[in-house]
Design a binder for this molecule. Sequence first.
Ligand SMILES: [Zn+2]
Length: 277
Amino acid sequence: MLSALVHGNELCGAWALKAFLASGLRPRRGTLTLAFCNLAAFDRFDADNYLPSRFVDEDLNRVWSADKLADANSCERRRAAELLPWIEQADWLMDFHSMTTSDVPLQLTGVQQRNIDLALKLGAPANLIADAGHAAGVRMRDYGRFGAPGDNGTRSLLIECGFHGANEARDVAMDQMARFLIEADTLNRDEVPSGWLAPDAPHQQALRVTQAISTPSGKFRFAQPWVGLECLDAGTLIGWEEDEPVVAPYDNCVLIMPSLATVRPGVTVLRLAQAIS
Ligand SMILES: [Zn+2]
């Protein structure tokens, strides 16, 4: 399964899926599902003011738990219920996203080793982030079997392709789609149209997220205009939760996806990570 537009303002995955459909390719083995997920949010897309079309009522990528799915009190939960049968029958999932502050692609693998291994096999992008998700709710790629420990045959990756709407983010999405379909044995490598695959990353590094910083007050401020992947010494001031300073807790502390774009009480504003040795 390839999923796009979980966030309605993140176009790169939709471009990749559109290219796949236009190519006329068919899965050589197995079944391939292409999902354009939050169409209600995408319908509100405005290139001059694109952040509000991330979602309609709530973040579609925080509702993937039984309690929220059973309580269909938002546009996104009703859409999640429609998507659920497709998610449940998928064994491998790649979910395409883009970012607000950074143009450096990040593969969010989750914490299961099977997904870290797959991300390394894909050979790109350079940066892998093993993260446990968000306090505000469960992501689609962690739902049900996808989040279970051990190797149950599932694989799920969430690729942050780059900056929202950037052509480079579309290129990353195309490359990741091709790599994923080859590795899933859905397509043979020689069937992939020319121009889809980019060169391998010269070196891949895996970072393990040690903590997610959320903002109970919804008033978090950053001390500098961080863009992500900065590597800080212990004690470096990162920002303030209300008036409380937040500092790097250890040396070689890497900032992951700092964002105040949708800041409200309880939202994750930043993750901290260290290299997996
Ligand atoms: Zn997203």
